[in-house]
Design a protein around this ligand. Structure first.
Ligand SMILES: NC(=O)c1ccc[n+]([C@@H]2O[C@H](COP(=O)([O-])OP(=O)(O)OC[C@H]3O[C@@H](n4cnc5c(N)ncnc54)[C@H](OP(=O)(O)O)[C@@H]3O)[C@@H](O)[C@H]2O)c1
Length: 300
């Protein structure tokens, strides 16, 4: 099968289209014929050697998959061959086929196509799991609210009945209000730490010095949920977050999508062999929503 593989850490140019062996599903696993995958910030960080989750090259990136079930491993009886599914995997989705544990997949939402389904898993699971403790009437501040995770976090927070504040450039403000944000702050013109107060949860998708500045807006019993490391780690209200693949959480996300409560924004659709271009766009940090990569011969 074809895969986008890298043999060294480096810039987007290390991504190569190569022929590799098709993986076989083991016990409890499912082989998915990939229709589409999407780009996450982790992809370019792993490619460059900044995150070690996938080990050393050679490696094939890709955390998100949508497609159809091509083969079942022993005991993977939750699905049937031909089922349209989507899910988060730990790498490997930038290929014609990928293997995933059955319990991390879910049936594709009925009201979206496989392209939109591929945009959801990692970003939606991150938003869903990171905001699990958010309750009705609470105030949440979402940094990078217009990005892949952020735009879904705004909708999930709104759905949970929270008062939602987001940081984004002015060009994204109207868009975020349409998604349900109550307040938007242009971080290029306004110091969010001075403009916001009494926040119950900050979802920090920027990190670095945003950490300590975010502590200033929290209530004494508030929580700072950080996705990538920041200067606030010593504070008792700080919490480091790591997304987990979960078919169960994905089914709840499916319900939101099918009820029209959660819609994913696709900034750009590219063919999978143009993964390097997608990485450049992602790394530039201006993507609204998600970039989707469509596989070679997606199923009908
Ligand atoms: N730990 C975990 O489990 C986990 C899981 C998922 C993601 N993450 C991390 O979370 C971060 C966000 O991921 P993502 O996929 O949502 O990224 P993304 O889609 O690449 O984010 C792009 C967005 O960031 C916004 N942005 C850039 N600089 C900003 C700033 N200084 N303040 C506010 N907004 C800013 C941009 O909006 P504007 O154009 O409006 O500036 C753009 O829409 C990444 O670092 C990723 O690695 C971690």
């Amino acid at each position: 099968m074809l895969a986008i593989t890298q043999y060294a850490f480096g810039g987007p140019e290390v991504l190569q289209v190569v022929e590799v062996d098709r993986p076989r599903p083991g016990p409890g696993e499912v082989l998915v014929r990939v229709a589409a995958t999407s780009v996450n910030a982790a992809d370019w960080k792993v490619r460059a050697g900044l995150l070690g989750q996938l080990g050393d090259p050679p490696l094939t990136l890709g955390l998100d998959v949508s497609g159809v079930v091509a083969e079942l491993g022993p005991g993977a009886d939750r699905f049937a061959v031909g089922d349209p599914v989507y899910g988060m995997v730990f790498g490997g989705a930038n290929a014609e086929y990928v293997v995933a544990p059955a319990q991390t997949l879910a049936p594709k939402p009925r009201n979206v196509d496989l392209v939109h389904a591929a945009a959801l898993p990692t970003a939606a699971l991150t938003a869903w799991q990171a905001l699990a403790a958010l309750g009705a009437g609470q105030r949440v501040l979402v940094h990078a609210a217009a990005g892949g995770v952020g735009h879904l976090a705004v909708q999930i927070a709104r759905h949970r009945g929270a008062y939602v504040i987001g940081t984004a450039r002015a060009v994204n403000h109207e868009y975020l209000r349409e998604l349900g944000a109550d307040e938007v702050i242009d971080y290029t013109a306004t110091d969010f730490a001075a403009a916001v107060r009494d926040v119950d949860i900050v979802l920090d998708l920027v990190g670095g010095a945003y950490g300590s500045r975010s502590l200033a807006v929290l209530r004494p019993d508030g929580r700072l949920i950080d996705t990538q490391g920041s200067d606030a780690e010593a504070d008792p209200r700080y919490e480091r977050f790591y997304v987990e693949p979960s078919g169960a959480s994905l089914r709840e996300i499916t319900t939101m999508v099918e009820r029209g409560r959660l819609r994913v924004t696709i900034d750009r659709i590219l063919p999978l062999p143009e993964a390097a271009k997608a990485h450049e766009l992602s790394e530039a940090g201006r993507v609204r929503g998600k970039i989707v990569l469509v596989a070679w011969a997606p199923p009908a």
